[in-house]
Design a protein around this ligand. Structure first.
Ligand SMILES: Nc1ncnc2c1ncn2[C@@H]1O[C@H](COP(=O)(O)OP(=O)(O)O)[C@@H](O)[C@H]1O
Ligand SMILES: [Mg+2]
Length: 366
């Protein structure tokens, strides 16, 4: 188990900078997710930690020891690749035991370790099979056992669940999380799936285009996103982003003037999450354009003077039909205001829905 520090770690391939200079610290025993879209530098970061890629610059330490020059096999790191990368000609037993071959582990001890680890990930019945005789989920477990067999100080998981079907992905999420808590091994999970990151990790490192956008708890990223990118990447269905103009303590969005708490001027973007908009007697008027039942929730598409809004209602059955005239409210606490040019959130500024404001109805009656 180790505390991991990156200081200005960067990786370039010729002119292509895969990872911009990055600083971060991961505590001993922490479960961290690196989250971001395809190509943002997640795997490159992971492979530098594993010792598979040498950084172009910067320093990497495990428990205060510089590891830049330490070879992969000497880092005591377990890694699970997206493709599993099991050896097809070897049995499950030999696959799991493979990393022990390079260590001075007595034969009896090695046999016991393989069986113990196989039990941990529940493949003890499969030890004499070959990878081709296993399902995707079973291969995944074997890859996990191979990464865990020498009790690594750091466990690295590169999109380990992306090749599994939805049901299995769900149960493996819980299992990997429980396994990590039981073993206490510092773990870094790479994923492009925000649900995976928010349900499994203590903290999320959100990346875009080779840069860290924000590091925080899942709640930090959801409630207090630093940037438009994070706001849009976290949350499903996605946040409503409405361009507007702030001036004189107010915010003009579309045809509507909202009250602002805090000081802002110029072009801004108002962020409202679909689950933070609720039907009310008064507020922002609107007309329902579309309804999408989502199981235990209903997603509405609603035309309003702010623009078209996605609204999520916590109900199995829609309370309103297409074409209905409605009013929407949201709490200032839930609103997010971003500077349009820098795309950074203006932390102290919040927007408030107008109470009893009926511009659309007035227009329609006029
Ligand atoms: N071996 C390589 N040679 C050249 N470019 C690479 C190599 N590996 C990754 N890249 C580039 O670095 C960037 C980040 O890649 P990667 O870390 O694999 O992204 P992610 O895992 O987030 O999808 C991409 O633009 C990718 O094309
Ligand atoms: Mg990748």
């Amino acid at each position: 188990m180790a505390r991991i520090e990156l200081n200005s770690i960067t990786k370039a391939w010729g002119d292509v900078v895969a990872v911009e200079p990055t600083d971060l610290t991961i505590d001993d025993g922490e479960f961290v997710a690196i989250l971001g879209p395809s190509g943002c530098g997640k795997s490159t970061t992971l492979f530098m930690l594993a010792g598979i890629y040498a950084p172009t610059g910067g320093e990497m330490t495990f428990d205060g020891h510089l590891v830049n020059e330490v070879e992969a096999k000497d880092r005591n790191v377990g890694i699970v690749f997206q493709s599993y990368a099991l050896y097809p000609h070897m049995t499950v037993r030999d696959n799991i035991g493979f990393p022990l071959k390079f260590k001075d582990v007595p034969k009896d001890r090695a046999v016991a370790l393989v069986e113990e680890t196989a039990r941990l990930v529940q493949v003890e019945e499969l030890l004499d099979r070959r990878p081709s005789q296993l399902s995707g989920g079973q291969q995944q477990r074997v890859a996990l056992a191979r990464a865990l067999v020498k009790t690594p100080q750091l466990l690295l998981l590169d999109e380990p669940l992306s090749n599994l079907d939805a049901t299995l992905r769900l149960s493996m999420r819980t299992e990997i999380r429980a396994l990590q808590q039981r073993t206490g091994i510092t773990t870094i999970l790479v994923t492009h799936d925000q649900i995976e990151a928010t349900t499994m990790a203590d903290r999320i490192i959100c990346m875009s285009k080779g840069r860290v956008e924000q590091i925080g708890t899942p709640e930090d990223l959801y409630r207090r996103p630093d940037s438009l990118f994070v706001a849009a990447f976290i949350g499903a269905p996605p946040i409503n982003l409405l361009p507007g103009r702030a001036s004189g303590g107010g915010l003009t969005v579309g045809e509507t003037r909202l009250e602002l708490t805090g000081q802002a001027d110029g072009d801004v973007v108002l962020g409202l999450r679909p689950e933070h908009l609720t039907f009310a007697e008064s507020g922002v008027p609107g007309r329902i354009e579309g309804i999408e039942p989502m199981g235990r929730e209903v997603l509405y598409r609603i035309e309003t003077p702010l623009g078209e809004l996605r609204v999520l209602e916590g109900s199995a059955v829609p309370s309103h039909g297409v074409g209905a005239a409605v009013h929407l409210r949201f709490s200032a606490n839930d609103s997010l205001v971003f500077d349009a040019a820098s795309e950074r959130r203006i932390a102290e500024v919040r927007a408030q829905a107008p109470a009893g404001h009926d511009t659309m109805e007035q227009r329609q009656h006029a």
